[in-house]
Design a protein around this ligand. Structure first.
Ligand code: AMP
Ligand code: MG
Length: 340
């Protein structure tokens, strides 16, 4: 419960009432919203519906949640029956056939890995467990453990994808993938796709702060979301007006842990096998939530200047925006952590 409360504290906030009076909305239109707990976070889906279409809006939202449950079922590394678990068990021994959804998620992850020089790397899988254990025990893993585990981090080039057969194969023994850095984004995008197919014109799907806005709100204006400054606890750092755009945040307040007075993030640097140190909160605005989610994770590894360079080089991330809310490599004054 404590975890949940913290999560709510840091989540990006949807403020559909703070957009100002628009003119394009239908007078009877209202925002219709359902919240559920899924993927270890709070997911809220808000759709625009007028009085007469409440029932169909509710049905659309239910289907969108089903799409999110499906992504979770297939891609969680913690669900034995899921496809990612099957890949992790068998893909070194044989090609593992998966659904289009899982295949495309891995394919996208590999592409993003290449574009970020391996900073985003789903093959960090073997490192996730020792660091989770370290977090729980409050003691660092042995250096040899990390060194030995690093050998199993194959990198994107050691994932063999067969587009025709929809199979996944690992080329390094002991490899494991972990889609934790992109899965929420993929789930949000799937939910938006379902809502659109159901005829919903305006919606926000918010998975614990990783969100996408499609169309406009009930007043016919862009959806306004606030991304919080996680180190101030109060107030927004940025109000974003979004239409057909997504935003995701990595390294937020509740995702840090401390061992021996050092703050560690859940983001692991695939080159060193060590978690990113210090306190950074990175939000990314992108055309889709999977890209925003993955780029935010990558930016945590790369730091501000290398991450900004990726956006500026005009390739895969052209049109994305990166907001570094706070960074230990010198906080700008107005973003410095508030005194407790
Ligand atoms: P996020 O909160 O989106 O930054 O995701 C963090 C999660 O992504 C971690 O809990 C890991 O499961 C996974 N992860 C950690 N480091 C990386 C990395 N360098 N590349 C891809 N995924 C990562
Ligand atoms: Mg991410």
């Amino acid at each position: 419960m404590k975890r949940l409360a913290l999560l709510l504290l840091v989540t990006a906030v949807l403020c559909s009432d703070c957009g100002g009076g628009g003119t394009g909305g239908s007078p009877a239109a209202g925002n219709y919203k359902i919240t559920r707990e899924v993927m270890d976070t709070i997911v809220t889906i808000t759709v625009v519906a007028d009085e007469g279409s409440r029932d169909s809006a509710e049905a659309a939202v239910r289907k969108a949640f089903d799409a999110i449950y499906e992504v979770d079922r297939l891609m969680s590394a913690y669900r034995e029956e899921g496809e990612v678990s099957e890949i992790n068990r068998d893909a070194f021994d044989r090609p593992v056939k998966v659904s289009d959804l899982t295949f495309n998620a891995i394919k996208r992850s590999v592409e993003i890995s290449r574009e970020t020089d391996g900073a985003f790397d789903i093959t960090v899988g073997p490192l996730v467990r020792p660091w989770r254990a370290a977090e729980e025990a409050g003691t660092l893993p042995a250096e040899e453990t990390i060194k030995a585990t690093l050998k199993k981090v194959g990198g994107a080039d050691n994932i063999l994808l067969n587009e025709e057969e929809k199979t996944v194969r690992f080329l390094v023994e002991g490899m494991r993938i972990d889609l934790g850095g992109i899965a929420k984004g993929i789930a949000v995008d799937r939910a938006v796709e379902v809502l659109r197919a159901e005829g919903i014109k305006g919606a926000v799907v918010d998975a614990g702060g990783d969100l996408a806005a499609t169309g406009r709100d009930k007043d016919g204006v862009k959806w306004v979301v606030g991304v919080r400054n996680f180190f101030r606890r109060k107030g927004h750092i940025e109000r974003l007006a979004l239409e057909d755009k997504a935003v995701a945040t990595s390294g937020d307040y509740e995702r840090f842990y401390e061992i021996d007075g050092v703050r560690y993030s859940h983001i692991i640097d695939p080159r060193t096998g060590l978690p990113v140190q210090g306190a950074a909160s990175v939000s990314v605005i992108a055309p889709d939530c999977a890209t925003a989610d993955a780029l935010a994770t990558a930016a945590g590894v790369l730091g501000p200047s290398r991450a900004m360079a990726l956006v500026e080089d005009g390739r895969m991330f052209a049109g994305c925006e990166i907001l570094f809310a706070s960074y230990t490599h010198g906080f700008p004054d107005h973003l410095a952590p508030a005194a407790e």
